[in-house]
Write a protein of this length. Structure first.
Length: 263
């Protein structure tokens, strides 16, 4: 794409994201959740061609850039698809979309852009929605669950806030506590079973689908917290790229009610 085409794409995408709520409500059909793709354009193309059809909804859980070899192509392809299929495809915000809110390393995508394009991608991607809610008890987002009083309050979360940080950067650990402190190496906030149980009950949800943490067990907390990962960028942790398929006609009480497919 030329520079002019990229700017046009970012303008269109930014307008689209500005018109969406931060909390997306999905009510019918089959929903396909995709974990971090991290520059794995091949994975993204395969998923779009295989699943973007009929009444399916596709939800990408964030982290489209950095680490993989085709970050620029991956994010541009996803933005084009979003513009063409605005009500079938949803792109949630991951921490790697948040360079505007503070730099991090490694960030090969962001560091490879010139100042003007870095600014434009930052502005457009800082408008991405944060979470998906479904009536069968599922909530989906990139990392951990935010400290909000009610589900609808996710719509008020501002990029850069504490709640935004919990969603985009938060990790889950198999410990009993609630907030377990910041990881000294990655700087990510760590949360335990206590927080999961408390906030899921407050939000009235059964199951969380998220990505972000390739070394996390695929299911935690009595199969109520699913972590999927859909990039070849972390083969040493996750040898297979996984997605989660949820049929909104069926009740979901745990991971056993969700189809995990490899692509
Ligand atoms: Mn992440």
């Amino acid at each position: 794409m030329t520079r002019k085409e990229i700017k046009g794409l970012l303008n269109e995408a930014e307008k689209r994201f500005a018109s969406e709520a931060k909390l997306i409500l999905l009510k019918s059909g089959k929903v396909i959740f995709v974990g971090d793709t991290h520059g794995d354009l091949e994975a993204t193309e395969k998923i779009i061609h295989r699943y973007l059809k009929s009444k399916n909804k596709l939800v990408f859980l964030g982290d489209y850039v950095d680490r993989g070899p085709a970050s620029l192509q991956n994010i541009n392809f996803l933005l084009q698809q979003k513009i063409e299929h605005p009500d079938s495809l949803y792109l949630l915000m991951g921490n790697h979309e948040c360079y505007a809110m503070g730099s991090f390393h490694p960030a090969d995508f962001w560091e490879g852009l010139d100042a003007e394009l870095r600014q434009r991608y930052s502005e457009a991607l800082s408008r991405l929605p944060l979470a998906v809610s479904m009536p069968n008890g599922i909530i989906a987002l990139h990392g951990a669950l935010p400290n909000v009083s009610r589900l609808e309050d996710i719509n008020k979360i501002e990029p850069g806030s504490a709640e935004w940080h919990q969603i985009t950067w938060g990790d889950w650990q198999e410990s009993a506590g609630k907030f377990l402190g910041m990881d000294p190496y990655s700087g990510r906030p760590q949360f335990g079973r206590g927080w999961f149980k408390e906030i899921m009950s407050r939000l009235g949800k059964n199951v969380l689908i998220r990505s972000h943490q390739p070394d996390a067990p695929p299911t935690m907390y009595g199969k109520r917290c699913l972590t999927i990962f859909t990039s070849s960028a972390y083969k040493h942790y996750v040898p297979e790229r996984t997605i989660a398929v949820v049929d909104l006609k069926k009740p979901v009480n745990g991971a056993d009610d969700i189809e995990i497919e490899t692509i």
